[in-house]
Ligand binder design. Structure first.
Ligand code: AKB
Length: 316
């Protein structure tokens, strides 16, 4: 049985991953940590919780040691748009937090997971069906952090034998905890606005394709990769994973199947649009499928039906 520590447990992925891991491995075997207290997060509160600033290496080590963890899931990070607004903070938090988490994992012999992102690609990367191994020259601070992070995780595996594993997540769509400061956030906001206002104004331009995935598939992918037979892994970190390549009009059309009067307008944000245009239109998840059996259950229509049902229950 695993004993897992999660950083960023109150974030978009963390809040749901904490609950899912507690279902699978037992509540007391999942130590949730975040820089703030878990008010209004009943699932995170329903088990061990520690306050932790991931840039504090000593505190991180002490918490991990106290709970005798054997698995480290490092999620705390600034997303792309926030990182572009505060690049130095992003460097310190995203890279400082990661190297601290890898060091703790090396010292305590933990298996290690951290997500990379489609943000690790840049304008010179092939745009369609982006291969697993390809040009990575991102033009954002977030992307620079993600590429460096992918390399650092490979380094800790080769140099120290830390069992590092990771995926490149696309935009993640969920109804539990909203994302904050990402470029793909429009694909979550649109569902909230569809329910509350019947209309949405997108900051991402019509025709801008990006990869997305529904949160249940993202959680399943993390667990499957961490449980995968290591002898099958040719790559260890930064596996391309995706469920759909979509643009705002695709989401609007999927919503209109349930809310025919839904309308979509545009007021494009040049900063987030430029980030989106520097990313791939679609990525190729073949390596993840072949090496550890990645699969996504939700396409756009199935995800939309579930998002609208769940959000109606939550918001109305
Ligand atoms: C973001 O938009 O910054 C994230 C990501 C794709 O990594 N959702």
């Amino acid at each position: 049985m695993k004993k897992i520590i999660i950083t960023g447990a109150l974030g978009q992925i963390g809040s749901e991953l904490t609950a899912k891991l507690r279902d699978v491995y037992g509540a007391h075997n999942v130590i949730a940590t975040d820089i703030r207290m878990p008010k209004d997060h009943p699932t995170v509160q329903a088990g061990p919780f520690e306050l932790l600033d991931v840039t504090d290496a000593k505190a991180m080590y002490e918490i991990a040691k106290k709970h005798q963890v054997d698995t480290f899931m490092h999620l705390a990070a600034l997303l792309s748009a926030t990182a572009e607004a505060k690049p130095l903070l992003a460097w310190n938090l995203n890279m400082g937090g990661l190297v601290n988490a890898l060091e703790v994992s090396r010292e305590l012999g933990c298996q290690f997971f951290t997500p990379s992102s489609i943000g690790a690609f840049g304008p010179s990367t092939p745009k369609d069906q982006t291969p697993q191994d390809t040009i990575q020259r991102p033009t954002t601070m977030y992307g620079v952090n993600k590429v460096a992070g992918e390399l650092l995780c490979d380094y800790y595996y080769h140099k120290f034998g830390v069992d590092t594993r990771g995926v490149r997540f696309p935009g993640l769509i969920s109804y539990v905890t909203p994302p904050g400061g990402g470029t793909t956030d429009y694909a979550v906001e649109i569902y909230y606005k569809a329910i509350l206002d019947g209309t949405y104004t997108s900051y991402i331009a019509k025709g801008t394709y990006m990869d997305m995935m529904y949160m249940p598939d993202a959680l399943q992918a993390i667990i499957k990769l961490m449980e995968a037979d290591p002898s099958r892994l040719k790559h260890r970190n930064a596996f391309n994973v995706t469920a759909m390549s979509i643009e705002p009009e695709d989401v609007a059309r999927a919503i209109q199947k349930h809310i025919p009067s839904f309308t979509l307008q545009y007021d494009v944000d040049p900063v987030r649009q430029a980030i989106a245009e520097s990313w791939p239109n679609s990525i190729d998840p073949t390596a993840a499928k072949e090496e550890w059996g990645f699969e996504a259950e939700y396409d756009l229509d199935k995800m939309t039906a579930d998002m609208l049902t769940q959000l109606k229950g939550k918001l109305l």
